[in-house]
Design a protein. Structure first.
Length: 289
Protein backbone atom coordinates (compact mmCIF):
# COMPACT_ATOMS: atom_id res chain seq x y z
CA UNK A 1 0.00 0.00 0.00
CA UNK A 2 1.17 3.51 -0.84
CA UNK A 3 0.56 6.07 1.90
CA UNK A 4 -0.05 9.81 1.85
CA UNK A 5 0.67 11.66 5.08
CA UNK A 6 -0.98 15.05 5.44
CA UNK A 7 0.78 17.13 8.07
CA UNK A 8 4.36 16.43 9.11
CA UNK A 9 4.57 17.88 12.61
CA UNK A 10 6.48 16.55 15.60
CA UNK A 11 4.36 13.39 15.99
CA UNK A 12 3.70 12.59 12.35
CA UNK A 13 7.33 13.06 11.30
CA UNK A 14 8.42 10.41 13.79
CA UNK A 15 5.65 8.09 12.63
CA UNK A 16 6.65 8.74 9.02
CA UNK A 17 10.22 7.63 9.70
CA UNK A 18 8.93 4.37 11.16
CA UNK A 19 6.79 3.80 8.07
CA UNK A 20 9.75 4.41 5.77
CA UNK A 21 11.88 1.98 7.76
CA UNK A 22 9.05 -0.56 7.44
CA UNK A 23 9.29 -0.28 3.66
CA UNK A 24 6.26 1.87 2.79
CA UNK A 25 6.33 4.45 0.01
CA UNK A 26 5.25 7.84 1.36
CA UNK A 27 3.73 10.85 -0.36
CA UNK A 28 3.86 13.91 1.88
CA UNK A 29 2.10 17.22 2.21
CA UNK A 30 2.85 19.87 4.80
CA UNK A 31 1.83 23.52 4.88
CA UNK A 32 5.51 24.46 5.21
CA UNK A 33 7.48 22.29 2.81
CA UNK A 34 10.73 22.66 4.81
CA UNK A 35 9.33 20.23 7.38
CA UNK A 36 9.46 17.44 4.77
CA UNK A 37 13.21 17.73 4.13
CA UNK A 38 14.38 15.02 6.54
CA UNK A 39 11.78 12.59 5.19
CA UNK A 40 12.46 13.26 1.51
CA UNK A 41 16.11 12.56 2.26
CA UNK A 42 14.97 9.10 3.38
CA UNK A 43 13.05 8.48 0.16
CA UNK A 44 9.62 10.03 0.70
CA UNK A 45 8.27 12.45 -1.90
CA UNK A 46 6.69 15.79 -1.04
CA UNK A 47 3.82 17.35 -2.99
CA UNK A 48 2.61 20.92 -3.27
CA UNK A 49 -1.02 20.20 -2.30
CA UNK A 50 -2.93 17.57 -0.33
CA UNK A 51 -4.82 16.60 -3.48
CA UNK A 52 -1.62 15.80 -5.38
CA UNK A 53 -0.26 13.73 -2.47
CA UNK A 54 -3.51 11.76 -2.20
CA UNK A 55 -3.53 10.92 -5.91
CA UNK A 56 -0.28 8.98 -5.40
CA UNK A 57 -1.61 6.86 -2.52
CA UNK A 58 -4.02 4.15 -1.43
CA UNK A 59 -4.15 5.10 2.26
CA UNK A 60 -4.34 8.73 3.41
CA UNK A 61 -3.51 9.70 6.99
CA UNK A 62 -3.94 13.25 8.29
CA UNK A 63 -2.51 14.53 11.57
CA UNK A 64 -2.77 18.28 12.03
CA UNK A 65 -3.28 20.71 14.88
CA UNK A 66 -6.96 21.53 15.02
CA UNK A 67 -10.34 21.75 13.29
CA UNK A 68 -9.33 24.64 11.06
CA UNK A 69 -6.19 22.88 9.85
CA UNK A 70 -8.13 19.66 9.23
CA UNK A 71 -10.78 21.43 7.19
CA UNK A 72 -8.06 23.15 5.17
CA UNK A 73 -6.10 19.98 4.40
CA UNK A 74 -9.17 17.91 3.49
CA UNK A 75 -11.65 20.41 2.08
CA UNK A 76 -9.81 23.40 0.59
CA UNK A 77 -11.30 24.27 -2.83
CA UNK A 78 -9.39 22.53 -5.65
CA UNK A 79 -6.35 21.61 -3.52
CA UNK A 80 -7.93 19.73 -0.59
CA UNK A 81 -7.40 16.00 -0.19
CA UNK A 82 -11.08 15.26 -0.83
CA UNK A 83 -10.62 16.25 -4.48
CA UNK A 84 -8.14 13.43 -5.01
CA UNK A 85 -10.07 10.68 -3.25
CA UNK A 86 -11.75 7.78 -5.04
CA UNK A 87 -13.29 4.42 -4.02
CA UNK A 88 -9.82 2.84 -3.87
CA UNK A 89 -8.79 5.08 -0.97
CA UNK A 90 -9.03 4.65 2.78
CA UNK A 91 -8.95 8.07 4.46
CA UNK A 92 -7.81 8.20 8.09
CA UNK A 93 -8.08 11.22 10.36
CA UNK A 94 -5.60 10.90 13.25
CA UNK A 95 -5.75 14.47 14.51
CA UNK A 96 -7.57 15.30 17.74
CA UNK A 97 -10.62 17.20 16.49
CA UNK A 98 -14.05 18.23 17.59
CA UNK A 99 -16.68 15.56 17.10
CA UNK A 100 -18.70 17.91 14.89
CA UNK A 101 -15.67 18.54 12.65
CA UNK A 102 -14.96 14.82 12.39
CA UNK A 103 -18.55 14.16 11.36
CA UNK A 104 -18.38 16.95 8.77
CA UNK A 105 -15.22 15.44 7.26
CA UNK A 106 -16.86 12.01 7.09
CA UNK A 107 -19.88 13.52 5.31
CA UNK A 108 -17.67 15.36 2.80
CA UNK A 109 -15.61 12.26 2.03
CA UNK A 110 -18.56 9.87 1.70
CA UNK A 111 -19.55 10.95 -1.87
CA UNK A 112 -16.04 10.12 -3.14
CA UNK A 113 -16.57 6.43 -2.35
CA UNK A 114 -13.49 6.36 -0.09
CA UNK A 115 -13.74 4.69 3.31
CA UNK A 116 -13.32 7.11 6.24
CA UNK A 117 -11.83 6.11 9.59
CA UNK A 118 -11.32 8.40 12.56
CA UNK A 119 -8.27 7.04 14.35
CA UNK A 120 -6.69 9.51 16.77
CA UNK A 121 -3.77 8.21 18.80
CA UNK A 122 -3.00 8.00 22.49
CA UNK A 123 0.64 8.73 23.28
CA UNK A 124 3.23 11.43 22.82
CA UNK A 125 6.62 11.85 21.14
CA UNK A 126 8.45 9.01 22.95
CA UNK A 127 5.57 6.62 22.20
CA UNK A 128 5.74 7.55 18.52
CA UNK A 129 9.50 7.00 18.41
CA UNK A 130 9.15 3.64 20.16
CA UNK A 131 6.16 2.54 18.05
CA UNK A 132 4.00 2.27 21.17
CA UNK A 133 0.99 4.41 20.25
CA UNK A 134 -2.60 3.30 20.78
CA UNK A 135 -5.04 3.97 17.93
CA UNK A 136 -8.69 4.59 18.79
CA UNK A 137 -10.40 3.68 15.54
CA UNK A 138 -13.97 4.39 14.55
CA UNK A 139 -15.40 3.15 11.27
CA UNK A 140 -16.03 0.11 9.11
CA UNK A 141 -14.36 -2.99 10.67
CA UNK A 142 -13.27 -4.30 7.27
CA UNK A 143 -11.59 -1.00 6.40
CA UNK A 144 -9.83 -0.92 9.76
CA UNK A 145 -8.63 -4.48 9.23
CA UNK A 146 -7.35 -3.54 5.79
CA UNK A 147 -5.12 -0.77 7.16
CA UNK A 148 -3.87 -2.76 10.16
CA UNK A 149 -0.45 -3.36 8.52
CA UNK A 150 -0.02 0.40 8.22
CA UNK A 151 -1.29 1.36 11.68
CA UNK A 152 0.59 -1.39 13.47
CA UNK A 153 3.92 0.03 12.36
CA UNK A 154 3.50 2.76 14.97
CA UNK A 155 1.10 1.07 17.37
CA UNK A 156 1.21 -1.05 20.47
CA UNK A 157 -2.43 -1.76 19.74
CA UNK A 158 -5.29 -0.70 17.49
CA UNK A 159 -8.64 -0.55 19.29
CA UNK A 160 -11.84 -0.64 17.23
CA UNK A 161 -14.04 1.68 19.26
CA UNK A 162 -17.18 1.60 17.14
CA UNK A 163 -18.80 3.45 14.25
CA UNK A 164 -17.45 6.58 12.59
CA UNK A 165 -16.82 9.28 15.18
CA UNK A 166 -16.45 6.89 18.12
CA UNK A 167 -12.66 7.09 18.07
CA UNK A 168 -12.73 10.88 18.27
CA UNK A 169 -15.25 10.85 21.11
CA UNK A 170 -13.13 8.47 23.18
CA UNK A 171 -9.96 10.47 22.47
CA UNK A 172 -11.54 13.65 23.82
CA UNK A 173 -12.75 11.81 26.91
CA UNK A 174 -9.30 10.26 27.47
CA UNK A 175 -7.49 13.60 27.10
CA UNK A 176 -10.00 15.25 29.45
CA UNK A 177 -9.47 12.51 32.03
CA UNK A 178 -5.70 13.00 31.79
CA UNK A 179 -6.01 16.78 32.19
CA UNK A 180 -8.45 16.42 35.09
CA UNK A 181 -6.07 14.13 36.98
CA UNK A 182 -3.13 16.42 36.31
CA UNK A 183 -4.97 19.54 37.48
CA UNK A 184 -6.05 17.77 40.67
CA UNK A 185 -2.55 16.48 41.34
CA UNK A 186 -0.99 19.91 40.87
CA UNK A 187 -3.55 21.52 43.17
CA UNK A 188 -3.01 18.92 45.90
CA UNK A 189 0.77 19.23 45.61
CA UNK A 190 0.30 22.94 46.27
CA UNK A 191 -1.71 22.19 49.41
CA UNK A 192 0.98 19.82 50.66
CA UNK A 193 3.73 22.33 50.00
CA UNK A 194 1.85 24.99 51.96
CA UNK A 195 1.85 22.63 54.95
CA UNK A 196 5.55 21.77 54.78
CA UNK A 197 5.59 18.73 52.49
CA UNK A 198 7.36 19.72 49.26
CA UNK A 199 6.90 17.96 45.94
CA UNK A 200 10.41 16.50 45.99
CA UNK A 201 9.61 14.73 49.25
CA UNK A 202 6.05 13.62 48.55
CA UNK A 203 6.13 12.66 44.86
CA UNK A 204 8.29 9.51 45.27
CA UNK A 205 5.86 8.31 47.95
CA UNK A 206 2.74 9.04 45.93
CA UNK A 207 4.23 7.15 43.01
CA UNK A 208 4.10 4.00 45.15
CA UNK A 209 0.43 4.33 46.15
CA UNK A 210 -2.36 2.41 44.39
CA UNK A 211 -4.43 5.59 44.01
CA UNK A 212 -1.78 7.05 41.67
CA UNK A 213 -2.45 5.98 38.10
CA UNK A 214 0.46 5.03 35.82
CA UNK A 215 0.08 8.22 33.79
CA UNK A 216 0.15 10.30 36.99
CA UNK A 217 3.27 8.44 38.13
CA UNK A 218 4.97 9.52 34.92
CA UNK A 219 3.66 13.07 35.32
CA UNK A 220 4.88 13.29 38.91
CA UNK A 221 8.31 12.22 37.77
CA UNK A 222 8.41 15.07 35.23
CA UNK A 223 7.05 17.56 37.75
CA UNK A 224 9.62 16.52 40.37
CA UNK A 225 12.45 16.89 37.84
CA UNK A 226 11.14 20.23 36.58
CA UNK A 227 11.00 18.91 33.02
CA UNK A 228 8.40 20.83 31.01
CA UNK A 229 9.42 20.22 27.38
CA UNK A 230 6.18 20.16 25.35
CA UNK A 231 5.13 16.54 24.98
CA UNK A 232 1.48 17.67 25.27
CA UNK A 233 1.52 21.48 25.36
CA UNK A 234 -0.95 23.44 27.45
CA UNK A 235 -2.20 25.21 24.30
CA UNK A 236 -3.29 21.86 22.87
CA UNK A 237 -4.82 20.80 26.19
CA UNK A 238 -6.98 23.94 26.13
CA UNK A 239 -7.94 23.20 22.53
CA UNK A 240 -8.98 19.62 23.32
CA UNK A 241 -10.92 20.63 26.43
CA UNK A 242 -12.78 23.16 24.30
CA UNK A 243 -13.75 20.40 21.88
CA UNK A 244 -14.83 18.24 24.81
CA UNK A 245 -17.02 21.07 26.10
CA UNK A 246 -18.69 21.39 22.71
CA UNK A 247 -19.20 17.63 22.50
CA UNK A 248 -20.83 17.55 25.95
CA UNK A 249 -22.99 20.58 25.15
CA UNK A 250 -24.17 19.08 21.86
CA UNK A 251 -25.12 15.91 23.75
CA UNK A 252 -26.84 17.97 26.49
CA UNK A 253 -24.64 16.09 28.98
CA UNK A 254 -23.47 17.88 32.16
CA UNK A 255 -19.68 18.01 32.52
CA UNK A 256 -18.89 20.35 35.44
CA UNK A 257 -15.50 18.79 36.30
CA UNK A 258 -14.40 19.07 32.69
CA UNK A 259 -15.43 22.73 32.69
CA UNK A 260 -13.43 23.42 35.86
CA UNK A 261 -10.43 21.62 34.42
CA UNK A 262 -10.63 23.76 31.29
CA UNK A 263 -10.61 26.90 33.45
CA UNK A 264 -7.43 25.74 35.20
CA UNK A 265 -5.55 25.21 31.95
CA UNK A 266 -6.88 28.46 30.50
CA UNK A 267 -5.32 30.18 33.52
CA UNK A 268 -2.04 28.39 32.83
CA UNK A 269 -2.24 29.58 29.24
CA UNK A 270 -2.96 33.16 30.42
CA UNK A 271 0.13 33.02 32.63
CA UNK A 272 2.38 32.25 29.68
CA UNK A 273 2.64 28.46 29.97
CA UNK A 274 0.92 27.72 26.66
CA UNK A 275 3.79 25.96 24.92
CA UNK A 276 5.08 24.16 28.01
CA UNK A 277 4.04 20.60 28.79
CA UNK A 278 0.74 19.84 30.48
CA UNK A 279 2.67 19.17 33.70
CA UNK A 280 3.59 22.87 33.91
CA UNK A 281 0.14 23.46 35.43
CA UNK A 282 1.92 22.74 38.73
CA UNK A 283 3.41 26.24 38.46
CA UNK A 284 0.00 27.70 39.28
CA UNK A 285 0.22 26.17 42.76
CA UNK A 286 3.84 25.58 43.76
CA UNK A 287 6.15 28.21 45.16
CA UNK A 288 9.06 26.97 43.06
CA UNK A 289 7.81 28.69 39.86
Amino acid sequence: MRIALLGVGAMHSRMAKNLIRAGFDLALYNRTSEACADLTALGAKAYATPCLAVEQADVVIAMVTDNDAARAVWLAPETGAVHGLSPRHIAIESSTLGVDCCQALAAAIQPTGAQFIDAPVMGSLPHAEQRQLIYLAGGNPQAIAQVQPVLQVNAKTVLHVGEQGAGMKLKLVANTLFALQLAAMAELMGVLQQTGLPLTQVAPLLEQLPVTSPVMTAALHLMRKGQFAPLFPVDLVVKDLGYMAQYAADAAAPAPLAEQTAAVFQQAQFEGLGWENITSVMKLYLESR
